[in-house]
Design a protein around this ligand. Structure first.
Ligand SMILES: [Ca+2]
Ligand SMILES: [Ca+2]
Ligand SMILES: [Ca+2]
Length: 682
């Protein structure tokens, strides 16, 4: 027994000794472009440093241990390097709504969008106006269109086409997790249209409003900029005075410094300064002192400075803790003791001063920047995000965060990824989950996120990665599971009679009008319609319910003029008159399906619901622009989508309809509707 213990002790001693020698590796991607990646050891300072090539890929050896890594400007504290192993870390931006805005709305005077805030202030909005020119007003409310105003509206002069409206900081403060209503309204009583995303639901838990009317299946194609929580500036001066060769501010030194008072932040994560020394790169030593230039050194770091580029020292979140209102000092000098030139800023740091070789440089601050956290330990970064097992129906993921944090996996079979699963709700450093119920032989995308839940911190996102599930049977053909049978349209107590809403009796009850406006009419072989018919569907597009649906398909191979893609502007409205009560509110519902092959940007077939609440005959012709309410145009990418339209009846009859637009002739186009129903809601 005793011998065994000795043997174990000897083995431990041996492996500890060899660990100091055997290196691990840090590898990943800094995000593309030439970016800096640096790894700092709390004990030894800068241990790994590189400027990546334009691909952003990097790899360098490191001794085993914990590091704070700056990867493409993002900080990841406590990244662990294992002996003989590679740790992967990749830069990632937070997801933003970079959506193709391929659809558009009917013309309205105002558009609104509810959204759940992730930041602590609205910073700006950005949208496209396919039609109309107007001065605009941007307003924010709590909850919904009738909610309490947040701040004072922001006005913007004439807007058209691509419009961005900046919002002054502090104007619209928000609380993360709360719902807000953003409204963009013409201040000139002008109707305009706003571009819409094809992807139906960029704002989870939010919906669009057209002139105050909710459109639950729509989200506006508007990018909502938010100020996100994150590291705070403890002290800084950023008005670069460049190289000063004469007068006050000129001159070289061997030690530079800047005093500052901690006003924000409870620790230091990074300290930056810029020096020139005639080109190349050399090591600098950055020291944080308490009190002032002669004060006690709290922490020193070696950094690699490229002449005239500047350099940052990074600190673990618990290395330098600050007391609010107390004075501190950043000192920096070359490791080899040679002279250098410290770049100065205009005097912007109110309770700090620049020093060179112990003397104040009057009228200036150093060009410097000290960043910290509101609460220490708020930053996490998912690294070593790994797929550890894939079957035809499942996949196992794991990742690490050096700081304890929660874990969510986001995944989906298209981008941006929409589904998410909370892996665990408590905070930890190791995260893993098995996703089940996946489809075989399908490409999935995923990214991991973690959040420390510390004050002033925000959720950190890994890069999006992808994988392919295995086929269900290696030798067998790949069959999708049979589609579940959809429920039949229900006649509820509030339902209003729609004649033959499921097209089981062909065209009974419906009337049609159609038109085509091809760009090159000489090449257009189809005439003016009607284009659609009640059919059983084709090419696997089956009715949503029953045996029949309404619509049409177009195949290039059957086209008398097979020049595709070709701009045709084929349109059709099917409509019927229904009995309603003036002043009462109704909702028209239908299932829509469009599918295309070879559709480029914006070429998809599209369908919308329309209502003539005055029953003025507006649905009897294609070009009626007034007297109708409408949904946005929808393209559903081969899937049935339920869509609804609210309206208030103005007479004892109203016309309800479905408007088809096959803008382009492609390799294949399919446009269908089924199960049209109407309900009274008030
Ligand atoms: Ca939504
Ligand atoms: Ca100053
Ligand atoms: Ca049907």
């Amino acid at each position: 027994m005793r011998l065994l213990r000795l043997l174990v002790a000897a083995l431990v001693a041996f492996s500890a000794g060899s660990a100091a020698q055997a290196k691990g590796k840090l590898a990943g991607n800094a995000g593309g472009g030439e970016r800096e990646v640096a790894a700092y050891s709390p004990a030894k300072g800068l241990e790994g440093w590189t400027i990546t090539d334009p691909s952003g890929e990097f790899e360098f050896p490191l001794d085993p241990g914990d590091y704070v890594v700056s990867c493409g400007g993002r900080l990841a504290p406590y990244v662990h390097i294992e002996e003989g192993q590679t740790t992967y870390i990749s830069h990632s931006d937070d997801p933003s709504f970079d959506l193709p805005r391929e659809m558009w709305t009917p013309a309205c005077k105002s558009f609104g969008q509810t959204y759940v805030a992730t930041g602590f202030a609205l910073s700006g909005v950005w949208f496209w106006m396919p039609q109309g020119t107007s001065a605009m007003k941007v307003t924010l409310r709590e909850g919904g269109p009738d909610g309490k105003l947040v701040g004072e509206s922001v006005s913007e002069g004439k807007c058209d086409w691509i419009t961005g409206v900046g919002v002054p900081p502090e104007r619209f403060p928000t609380t993360p997790g709360k719902t807000y209503y953003l409204e963009i309204a013409s201040t000139e009583d002008v109707s305009w249209t706003i571009a819409m995303p094809k992807e139906p639901d960029p704002y989870d838990g939010g919906i669009a409003y057209f002139d105050g009317v909710p459109h639950p299946e729509s989200d506006l194609g508007v990018s909502i900029g938010e100020k996100l929580p994150g590291p705070v500036t403890v002290a800084a001066a950023g008005a670069d005075q460049h190289y000063i060769d004469k007068g006050p501010g000129s001159g070289w030194c061997t030690v530079a410094g800047q005093s500052f008072v901690a006003r924000n932040g409870s620790n230091i994560l990074s300290a930056s300064a810029n020096c020139g020394f005639g080109g190349g790169a050399t090591d600098f030593i950055y020291t944080i002192r308490e009190g002032g230039a002669q004060g006690k050194a709290l922490c020193s770091k070696t950094v690699r400075m490229v002449s005239d580029w500047g350099a940052s020292a990074y600190f673990e979140p618990d290395e330098v803790l600050l007391k609010t209102g107390e004075p501190y000092y950043l000192e920096y000098k070359r490791a080899d003791g040679d002279k250098f030139y410290s770049y100065l800023s205009a005097d912007l740091c109110p309770d700090g001063k620049a020093y060179r070789d112990g003397k104040e440089v009057e009228g200036f601050d150093q060009l410097f920047d000290i960043v910290g956290e509101v609460e220490p330990g708020g930053i996490s970064y998912p690294y070593n995000v790994k797929l550890t097992g894939v079957t035809s129906a499942s996949a196992r993921f794991s990742w690490e965060t050096g700081t304890p944090a929660d874990g969510i996996i986001h995944f989906g079979d298209r981008l941006p990824v929409r589904q998410s699963i909370v892996v665990h709700d408590d905070v930890r450093k190791q995260h893993s989950i098995e996703l089940t119920g996946l489809r075989p032989a399908t490409v999935y995308y995923y990214r991991a996120t973690s959040f420390t839940r510390k004050k002033g911190a925000s959720r950190a996102w890994s890069r999006v990665q992808s994988f392919l599930t295995l086929p269900s049977d290696r030798d067998g053909p790949l069959y999708e599971k049979p589609q579940p049978v959809p429920p039949p349209p229900v006649d509820g107590p509030k339902s209003v009679k729609v004649a033959n809403g499921s097209f089981e009796d062909g065209l009974t009850g419906w009337q049609r009008c159609s038109a085509a406006n091809p760009k090159e009419s000489k090449d257009y072989p189809f005439g003016n319609g009607p284009f659609g018919d009640a059919t059983a569907g084709t090419d696997g597009y089956r009715p949503h319910f029953g045996k029949m649906l309404y619509g049409w398909y177009h195949l290039a191979e059957e086209d008398p003029n097979p020049t595709v893609p070709r701009e045709d502007w084929k349109q059709e409205i099917i409509s019927q008159r229904v009995k309603v009560k003036p002043g009462h509110d109704y909702v028209l519902k239908a299932w829509l399906l469009t599918g295309d092959r070879d559709s480029g940007w914006g070429r998809d077939g599209r369908i919308r619901l329309v209502v003539d609440a005055k029953d003025s005959g507006a649905l009897d012709e294609i070009d009626a622009k007034s007297h109708t309410v409408a949904t946005q145009w929808f393209a559903t990418e081969h899937e049935w989508k339920p869509v609804s339209l609210r309206f208030t009846a103005e007479k004892d009859t109203a016309a309800i309809g479905v408007h088809f637009l096959q803008w382009w002739a492609l390799e294949a186009d399919y446009l269908y509707v089924d199960d049209v129903t109407l309900e009274e809601i008030r």
